[in-house]
Structures are given as structure tokens and as C-alpha cells.
Design a protein around this ligand. Sequence first.
Ligand code: NAP
Length: 264
Amino acid sequence: MNAKHDPAMPDYTHRITLANQRALVTGASRGLGAEIAAVFADAGADLVITGRDAAGLEATRRVVEKKGRRCLCVEADLRTVKGPRFAGQKALEFFSAVDILVNNAGVVFVDGVLDTSLDHWEETLNVNLRAPLLLAQTVVPKMIEQRRGKVINISSLASVLAPEGHAAYSASKAGLNLLTQAMAAEWARFNIQANAVAPTVILTAMGRQVWGQPGKGDPMKARIPARRFGEPIEVADLVLFLASPAADFICGQVIRMDGGLSAV
Ligand code: NAP
């Protein structure tokens, strides 16, 4: 939207809106992506959502449509080259242009450096790093034409720290941070803002996979100054802000959301 402040409109909080924006959110069949889609719909956006799990996508679509917004589900496997390009093309067919791209889909395998198989390395890099590039290559040219857009990449605190057993994951998310900076540097002149969000543990399916056992999760929680993990809605709130006109001058940042973990 990127609307400038209207002095006739005294309510500054109106700038945190996505009214009539067209958003593409990957990995919205569950977890953070489903939460982001629901919050975006509340804020007035129509959605194209992607994933492989048709039932999960349908559940998210029902939530979005209940809020009065349009929603198209696209099944696409982001491990492939074809998948992200297909998802981006479908979004362009549905909307004609995408205003907001949220690269949220991600995978993690709990492997140390020496144990990382080539299969896990490739899947992690392809889903977490190559797919955001291919999706952006598909939808950003239209953003450039219309001279406005937002790209929000869901990174991780593991992009700046190296938690044990996250070798491929940390490498992929660190790459995503720098890809975000490259996007921001190249596209800011076209009024497109690219930023990344870097949360610590959120107890989605992925969070539970890695940190769900009390023996592992409790010591991690104890290291976080806030003494708790994050909530999906807290990530979605930040993504909403970054997608809104209130964030039009925020560009190329990796915003940590970690209850203070990286501050100590
Ligand atoms: P999640 O619950 O496991 O959901 C992951 C999503 O990614 C699912 O919708 C899944 O859809 C999609 N996905 C995975 N592989 C895919 C593939 N090959 N093709 C298409 N879609 C694929 O994880 P989450 O916690 O919501 O994670 C969302 C993002 O936040 C990820 O990028 C993750 O790295 C990041 N993050 C999570 C945490 C955390 O603690 N949870 C912390 C920091 C960052 P399908 O299964 O339907 O394909």
C-alpha cells in the first residue's frame, strides 16, 4: 500500500493495515504461515497460500474466508525448481500482481556438521534459501512495475547464532539474511522493502520437533531472559507491521525476536 500519512486522518494506528493488499504466504498449511495468513486477512489482505498438505491449506483458507477475504490454495513442493515458480505464477494469475511476498516455508533437520547428509543439506538449502529466490524472481518484476511491494523472509535466530545440530539450517538462514539485504539494496529504489524476521523457538510443529522434549526445551528456555518461548501471533504481529505502510522506511533489516536471548 505504502500510503503516505494523510493529515486529515488523525488516527495514526490506521497505518498498520493491509486493506486490499494481495499477499502470497508460503508454508501456510500450519504453524507460523497459517497464523500470518489469518492476521493478514484480519488486516484486510487477500491471500494466495502455498504448501504440500492440501488439508492444512484448506483449513487456513476457511479461516481467511471467514474473515471476508479471498484465498487461493496452491499445492507446490518448494524442494524443486518448478514448485516455487509455479506458486508464484499461480499468484500472479489470481491477483495480476502480488503486493506482499512472505517467504515463510522452512525445514530443519537436527544434524551436526559431520552428520549432515547431502540429502538433508540439499532439502534445507532448496526450501529455505533457493525457493525464496525463485519466488521473488517470479513475483517481484510486477512489484517493480507498480513501484511498490514488500518482501518478508522468515529467517531464524539460528542465522546469527549456531545452536547445536543446526548446521544446514543455520547456513541456509544466514544465506537468507544476506539475500534479504541484496533484495533490499536492489529494490528500495522501486519502493520495495525487503526485510527478515529472526525468531528464537516458537512451539509450532517445527519448534516441537527440535525443542519439544523438556530435557532439551527447559534448559533453552532458561537461557532466554524472558524465560519463555515465543508465540506464533507474536511473529505474525511483526510480519504484519513490516508488511504495512508503517514500515515503509525499514529496509534490509534482520529483526531478532528472541525474548532477549541474543542480548546477553
Ligand atoms: P512448521 O510448523 O513445520 O511449518 C512449516 C511450513 O513449511 C509448513 O506449512 C510446510 O508445508 C512448509 N514446507 C516445508 N517443506 C516444504 C516443501 N518442501 N514445500 C512446500 N512447503 C514446505 O514450521 P514453522 O515453525 O511454522 O516455521 C515457519 C518458518 O519459521 C520456517 O521458515 C522456520 O525456519 C522459521 N522459524 C521457526 C522457528 C520455530 O521455532 N518454530 C524459529 C525460527 C524460525 P507442507 O508440510 O504442507 O508442505
